[in-house]
Design a protein around this ligand. Sequence first.
Ligand code: SF4
Length: 427
Amino acid sequence: MSVAQPVACNEPTPIRQRGQHEVFCGLTSIIWLHRKVQDAFFLVVGSRTCAHLLQSAAGVMIFSEPRFATAIMEERDLAGMADMHDELDNVVARLLERRPDIRMLVLVGSCPSEVIKLDLSRAASRLNAVHAPRHRVIAYSGSGIETTFTQGEDNFLAALIADKASPRSAGEAAKLVVLGCLADVVEDQFSRLFAELGLSGVTFLPGRDAIKGLVVGPETRFILAQPYLGAAAAALEARGARRIDSIFPLGAEGTSAWLRAICMTFGVDMARLDAVVAQPRRRAAEAMAHYRPWLEGRRVFFFPDSQMEPSLARFLSREMGSELLEVGSPYLHREHVAGELALLPPGVTLSEGQDVDEQIDRCRTANPDLIVCGLGLANPFEAEGRVSKWSIEFSFTPIQGFEQAGDLAELFARPLMRNAILTGGAD
Ligand code: SF4
């Protein structure tokens, strides 16, 4: 196990930490993906542990027919005493017979299926031969061996984009693809802004219907709505789409820059952009101002969880006046987050990957006012009297766009406000 030191931002080659990490696996992303993609069903091929994770991460169980489940691999499967492909075919046949409304079946790999080298891509091809076009089948890995929770979404989108069975030529090619899962309310707000800007031919991926497919033409451009989509972006580039570079639509500054990058690409007049965003930007400023007193000057430490950390840190530093002690990210996609890194204050400590014990020591030494970290670290930190924020909430909560800028600020401010009540202090 190597021990690596963090490095100051703006140094050319940040050192990667390769020690033990504590992050949820890629299965967790099913929780927000199944809400968004309403014609899909996510079938995890995994163990009882995977089923428990999904059930507890989903919180209150769903009362109607769910859109995810776990095909549990038993001991005889893992011991190689049963033909896993036959077993899977039977499970899928029974599921599709009972749920004919499922248009897209998504097989999700887990640690156990990875360990026994069950090839789910091959299984998807075989099942497509039986069930398409009525039901389409794709596969991706959400295994904790390979993925952190946001990488589950990345792998799902990459599989969706690369799916050769999807309709690729029916209808007009998309002019703009917004890549990354956004809550319906955020998608609707951006759709309205695009309409006011005179932009048409916009496709959100994932959309509400996965089965629709994506038509990419020589003029198709795409912009990332989330910073953790390296594989999905590469899959879209492989189909000929070109990326629009921007920081991410978090906070008023991020959302303005993101829309500006789109408008510049499509030749929208800047005066028109200014007129369209004036009101929403004002509303965002008012909403954020409410929480700024709680965050200004507060010292914040980010553990690496979602790859959203540089964008969240940029928002806290530049729009809320917080001080950044360390910004950790499981992985830094140099190209995609270059704009975000350039906006972080000079000299801020930046770390990539994780060596959790080392990082806990640094955090205790730095003694921050607020620690952004996973659930497994948050509870022990709280027990020490420290204030923490669960990083996974930034994935579950709609935070993109002008109308959500206040909610984003509130997510950071809430634990500090709660602590003030508990300790009876003004802060
Ligand atoms: Fe655990 Fe791996 Fe299943 Fe995730 S995929 S719940 S890490 S066993």
